[in-house]
Design a protein around this ligand. Structure first.
Ligand code: ATP
Length: 368
């Protein structure tokens, strides 16, 4: 692998007895957009602030282009940060807000004007240059904050929930704008959010955090398709969890037994590496990976990819683009989303049904 542009190496930060960030190591490629994703209090902001130089780690290091940033103050680091509340200077016009960083770095007036104008144009803000922040919409203020951060051409752009103060519609639109701008500038970006959809939509890579630690790092699809822990499986999208015991570990598949004795096969590549016979595990399945079939359906001659288990239908609801079924399997309620459904329901509530669980769509992991 090419050497990382930004490397976090064993970062740790405690406040009294509380461990805010615990041994976080992460390599980020040049130009990549990486999200730190996790619930409130998991240590995202503290990690970002350590990269920025606002918080000094107790242990570990931050390397940018191989150069240690330990002991360097924030304004000496090749980083720039955009805050949730934008932190624009209210008494300065847009132009001067954006020019601020360049003037602080003692750029010549001509260069300041040229760079600020180019950035304002890039961000579609050129017509607003003479306005004060109070005369701007939330979305415009956010873009000014971003312009102010990129005008100094930092090596690494840091963003802490920059869209969270905007209404839902605008947030979705600005996601696209922000990502397009980041790609145009090719700027290595670390973006903090607790919104899993935002993280999946924007990122090259997502680092999921829990209790100060990195729970899993991967590309959006990888996290969705192959979560490695129940927390990631639960935090990203909707998932079903069925308790089971490992009965056999073969080269191609793992055979598990549900608590009611029904057997299931799971592709070997979809199980965490270190399961062994006798382990208690959970079988994890996305609602859209499963199918509810009437008892009369011919489910084929037990082809493993087409395997099904006995279940009973609790309820079905027609929701337009999908029909959502609730079924009871081996003591657990499971959600099944049937996209593009037939108008007629499959069976009445209470009926025995088959639940198709293709082995390539199931994941096995240790319980929480
Ligand atoms: P949020 O999404 O709510 O901002 P977060 O994931 O960004 O959460 P952090 O702000 O990094 O989480 O906080 C991690 C933990 O460290 C929390 O338990 C928090 O209470 C604690 N913490 C953060 N800053 C301080 C501080 N200055 N003093 C004491 N404890 C702190």
């Amino acid at each position: 692998m090419a050497h990382a542009h930004l490397r976090l190496a064993g970062l740790r930060k405690t406040y009294g007895d509380a461990v805010a960030v615990d041994d976080v190591s992460l390599d980020i490629e040049r130009g990549a957009f990486t999200c730190l994703l996790g619930p409130s209090g998991c240590g995202k902001t503290t990690t970002l602030r350590m990269i920025a130089g606002f918080v000094e780690p107790d242990a570990g290091d931050i390397l940018i282009d191989g150069v240690s940033q330990r002991g360097r103050s924030a304004h000496r680091r090749p980083t720039s940060i955009v805050f949730q509340d934008y932190a624009l200077f209210p008494h300065m016009k847009v132009f001067d807000n954006v020019a601020y960083g360049l003037r602080a770095k003692r750029f010549k007036a001509g260069e300041v004007t040229q760079r600020v104008n180019a950035t304002l144009e890039l961000m579609g803000l050129d017509e607003l240059a003479e306005r004060f922040p109070r005369q701007l919409s939330g979305g415009q203020q956010q873009r000014v904050a971003l312009a102010r951060s990129v005008v100094t051409e930092p090596e690494v752009l840091l963003m802490d929930e920059p869209l969270s103060n905007l209404d839902a519609k605008l947030r979705v639109r600005l996601r696209t704008d922000l990502r397009a701008l980041q790609q145009r500038l090719g700027i290595t970006t670390v973006y903090v959010t607790h919104d899993q959809e935002e993280a999946l939509a924007m990122s090259d890579e997502v680092a999921v955090m829990l209790d100060g630690r990195l729970e899993q790092v991967g590309q959006p699809y990888e996290l969705y398709d192959r979560p490695r822990t129940p927390f990631v499986a639960d935090f990203i999208g909707l998932n079903n969890f069925l308790p089971a015991t490992v009965r056999k570990v073969a080269e191609q598949a793992v055979v598990v037994e549900l608590s009611d004795g029904q057997a299931l096969e799971v592709s070997r590549e979809k199980t965490v590496e270190d399961v062994s016979q006798g382990d208690d595990v959970v079988v994890v399945a996305r609602p859209e990976a499963l199918r509810v079939l009437p008892m009369t359906a011919d489910t084929g001659a037990a082809s493993p990819s087409e395997q099904s288990v006995a279940a009973s239908l609790i309820d079905s609801q027609f929701l337009g683009p999908l029909r959502r079924h609730w079924v009871h399997v081996s003591g657990t309620d499971v959600i099944v989303d049937e996209h593009d459904p037939d108008p007629a329901p499959i069976a009445a509530p209470g009926a025995d049904v088959k639940l198709r669980m293709p082995r390539s769509r199931l994941t096995v992991m240790p319980p929480r």
